[in-house]
Write a protein that binds this ligand. Sequence first.
Ligand code: PEP
Ligand code: MN
Length: 357
Amino acid sequence: MLITLSPNTPPTTRAAVLAAALERGFQVQSMDNGRGGSVIGVAGSLGHDLLELPGVESVQTVHKPYMLASREARSTSVVMVGDVAIGAGTPVVMAGPCSIESEAAQIAIALDVKRAGATILRGGAFKPRSSPYSFQGMGEDGLRALATARQASGLPVVTEVMEPEQVDLVAEYTDMLQIGSRNMANFPLLKRVGRSNVPVLLKRGFAATQEEFLMSAEYIMAGGNPDVVLCERGIRAFDSAFRFTLDLNVVPSLRELTHLPVMVDPSHGTGRRSLVGRMAMAGIAAGADGLMLEVHPDPDNALSDGYQTITPDELAHICRRGAAVHDALRGFDEQDELASIATFDTLDEGAEVALSA
Ligand code: PEP
Ligand code: MN
């Protein structure tokens, strides 16, 4: 259940709720609710007499297995990565190579993607490769290169962490921890990043349902880390013409189900460079809070995922046109906008007669 506390709730109320939950052996976690108060998620039912306690605004019996991530828990979340706000209304672009290749290369690409309009730099140091014989990433040297590129460009950085034991090390060098598609259901890893205070980019498993995706986010939040950003990166479908299929249904659908920001990765989501630009536009049109894009100055010679990697010039084009698409759709979901669209459908009597004739 979710218990919402108003801004000036006396500490005795919070203590009473926590004590009641602990006494019954229920897991409990609290976070701010985006309106000055807080919300306490209790994995069990404590009864509605809690409403009598001073400061308790509401008690909701949420049956969803992802109660903290649910839309009901709080107002829309904005996740800060360095000084970049994800979910605040302006789409954020994270860009950089699939793998960090050297310090010099990472600095050069950082400056290139910044010039093109990206505001977060990416690059993998620990790579989850399908073949054990493929390049596995530069490891800690890669993290150091990423940190140097952050300093040189001023861009905050995101990089993948693959094992619970690596979390402290990776967190030392990065502004955001990426959990890759293959690790979306690595529960020990989710629990471990849940105990860190670094924001997390959680990529959807390519065979995961929307609900499984949200439950993985819940694992992180239940551990005490509320700063989770979801990323749709393509699912595996039947057509071998595509490495993965970007499932854009989940973008507006997740918007209904969760307060967490949602990003789209059209690089992995298509697996084909020529499709990335259009699907990036589609991601923005679907309502994404931002894009993750693989970018390299010489994609054909990138050490990984070159076939789906675009150039800095293509990135600049996507940033420019993406902003225009976003502007064109401003207010699309709002009620007055819907009302004005509805007037198109109101036929006058003559037209109705003509149509039925
Ligand atoms: C990546 O971002 O380079 C990556 C490996 O992504 P995913 O986990 O979505 O395959
Ligand atoms: Mn990649």
